[in-house]
Design a protein around this ligand. Structure first.
Ligand code: ZN
Length: 316
């Protein structure tokens, strides 16, 4: 059955059958004002509409919305959050153009099409992106918390820290999170010979493919330190973006890159897979600090990859 809503992910999640088509249509119209007028589908054609009266569909939709809100509030209470995290808007249909942050360029950055290095995604959506690095701590409670709260995030893994438990990160991956490249040994790359940097970055691509079945498009240089060789090496093995960060959250404080010491729409936030061995708290404590601050300032957490064009065509 071909309809105007066949690509609607919300619709797909709700199940199948005629009613769901109407629900999806209603959902699209109601979707929190984030759809542009031309993105709202027109009236559906065909007899299925007569099987599900719009009033009933609207009621069902309201019930589901209420249930989701209640579930989110209950999850927030379970994990000791001060506020219920805000749901993110739908991913943008037109992805923003990602360019290297001024002052962060290397020579020939654009004309050699090297991966852009950026700290913030250009968007007006009141969202920030959570990125979690390294991989020392493998806390099962963190996994449960993020699934329960449905908070999206992206990871940047360094093999020497994750190799003792790839299964933990397979579980992360199975929860819908993208695993990205953070090198084999987490060395300070800037100034190292090209061949060494290539081994560190492209060797990790091979590990990722072997262990997780995927060659990442995103790479983050350890310590945010890179030079032209870093980006050339990364590009040579399929890396398309080199996101760094604009704010970092620790278990007991925040650090901001900008002088105004606050979050902005599209900011990339860094934290780490760390636990009591590395700092005074658990990953759950760290996430509480992150989420409470983000929510208090009116931001939702969105998925970084949803704002990036795939650029798969570059591989042709
Ligand atoms: Zn790191």
């Amino acid at each position: 059955m071909i309809t105007v809503v066949q690509n609607d992910k919300k619709g797909a999640k709700w199940g199948s059958g005629p009613r769901v088509l109407v629900l999806a249509l209603v959902a699209a119209v109601l979707a929190a004002g984030c759809s542009r007028p031309d993105a709202v589908p027109g009236p559906a054609q065909g007899p299925q509409l007569y099987l599900a009266p719009p009033a009933q569909a609207l009621q069902d939709y309201a019930d589901r919305l209420r249930a989701a809100t209640t579930a989110r509030a209950a999850a927030a209470r379970r994990w000791g959050l001060q506020r219920v995290p805000l749901p993110p808007p739908a991913p943008p249909a037109d992805k923003p153009r990602i360019r290297t942050r001024p002052g962060f360029e290397v020579q020939h950055h654009e004309d050699w099409d090297l991966p852009p290095v950026f700290t913030t995604v250009p968007t007006r959506d009141k969202v920030v992106f959570l990125t979690i690095d390294d991989g020392a701590e493998k806390d099962p409670a963190f996994l449960r918390m993020m699934k329960d709260l449905k908070i999206p995030y992206s990871t940047f893994l360094s093999d020497y820290l994750v190799r003792d438990d790839y299964d933990y990160f397979r579980a992360v991956q199975d929860s819908g999170v993208t695993l990205n490249n953070h090198t084999l040994h987490h060395r300070y790359l800037r100034g190292r010979p090209y061949e060494e940097q290539e081994r560190e970055i492209c060797g990790m691509q091979d590990v990722m493919e072997r262990e997780f079945g995927t060659r990442p498009r995103l790479f983050r240089p350890p310590y945010g330190a890179y030079d032209q060789n870093t980006l050339r090496a990364a590009r040579s093995c399929g890396i398309r973006y080199a996101p760094i960060w604009n704010a970092e959250v620790f278990v007991d404080h925040w650090e901001f890159r900008e002088a105004d010491q606050r979050l902005h729409p599209g900011d990339i936030v860094l934290t780490h897979f760390r636990g009591r061995r590395e700092w005074n708290g658990t990953m759950v404590d760290d996430m509480r600090r992150f989420l409470d601050h983000v929510t208090a300032h009116g931001f939702a957490v969105a998925r970084l990859e949803d704002y990036l064009e795939d650029r798969l065509e570059d591989d042709a």
